[in-house]
Design a protein around this ligand. Structure first.
Ligand SMILES: N[C@@H](CCC(=O)N[C@@H](CS)C(=O)NCC(=O)O)C(=O)O
Length: 207
C-alpha cells in the first residue's frame, strides 16, 4: 500500500492511522504548489492521474485509489478490525462515530480550510481577506457545538481511542498551527493523543 502525503497536512491523518493499525506501507512525500517539473510535484501528470485535483492524501492499494482522507482513514481502520479503531456496523457506536466524523469534516475543519484557502491556497485574485474573521467566528461556533456532542470522557466514543480521537487531535493541531483560539481542553486533547507511540512514529516519517 502506498500513501502520498505532505507534512502535517490532511495526509497526516491516514499516515497516523496506518501506524495505529500496524499496517505495512510506503510513504511518498509530495511537493505541493510547485512546478510540474519538480521531483514528486503534485502537478506531475503521473500524480494527477491518481489524484485529479493534485491534492494529498492519495492511497493506492492494488487497484484501489482513494483521494479523500476520511474515506482512507475508515478504509485503513476496516483493514485492521481487531484494532477497535472503528465501531462495528449496526451498532449504536457506529452511528455516534459517523456523526462525529461528519461533524469534524463538515463543521470543525471547514473554517480552518477557509483560512488556508484565503491565505495561500486559492489563486490570489480569488482570495477574500475578510474571510479570516468569518473563519474565526465559525470555528468558535463549531467548537461550542462540539462541546455538546462530546461528553467529558477521555475518549470520544466507547471509552477507548478511535479514529474520531485521531481526527479531532489532528484538527485541533491544525487549528493551533493556524493560530485559531483553541480552548485549553482541546489543546490538552491534542497533546494527549499526539503522545501516542503511533503518532510519534508518524511524525518521524514527515519530519
Ligand atoms: N477533500 C480532501 C481535501 C484534500 C486537500 O485539500 N488537501 C490539501 C492539503 S491539506 C492539498 O493537497 N492542497 C493542495 C493545494 O491546495 O494546492 C480530503 O479531505 O482529503
Amino acid at each position: 500500500m502506498k500513501l502520498y502525503g505532505f507534512g502535517q497536512s490532511r495526509s497526516f491523518r491516514p499516515l497516523w492511522a496506518l501506524e495505529e493499525c500496524g499496517l505495512d506501507y510506503e510513504y511518498i512525500a509530495i511537493a505541493l504548489r510547485t512546478d510540474a517539473e519538480v521531483a514528486n510535484s503534485a502537478k506531475n501528470p503521473d500524480y494527477l492521474a491518481l489524484n485529479v485535483q493534485g491534492k494529498v492524501p492519495t492511497l493506492v492499494d492494488g487497484d484501489l485509489v482513494l483521494t479523500e482522507c476520511f474515506a482512507i482513514v475508515n478504509y485503513i481502520a476496516r483493514l485492521a478490525p481487531d484494532s477497535g479503531l472503528i465501531p462495528k456496523i449496526s451498532t449504536i457506536g457506529y452511528a455516534d462515530y459517523d456523526e462525529l466524523i461528519f461533524f469534524i469534516l463538515a463543521e470543525l475543519e471547514q473554517p480552518l480550510w477557509s483560512k488556508g484557502k484565503h491565505a495561500f491556497a486559492l489563486p490570489e485574485e480569488h482570495r477574500i481577506p475578510q474571510m479570516m474573521d468569518t473563519a474565526k467566528f465559525e470555528f468558535a461556533k463549531a467548537v461550542n457545538a462540539l462541546d455538546h456532542l462530546l461528553g467529558d470522557e477521555e475518549f470520544a466514543i466507547g471509552n477507548k481511542f478511535s479514529m474520531v480521537d485521531l481526527l479531532l487531535a489532528h484538527t485541533f493541531n491544525w487549528a493551533i498551527r493556524f493560530e485559531f483560539d483553541v480552548p485549553e481542553k482541546y489543546a490538552e486533547l491534542r497533546n494527549r493523543h499526539y503522545k501516542r507511540p503511533a503518532a510519534i512514529r508518524a511524525l518521524a516519517v514527515v519530519e
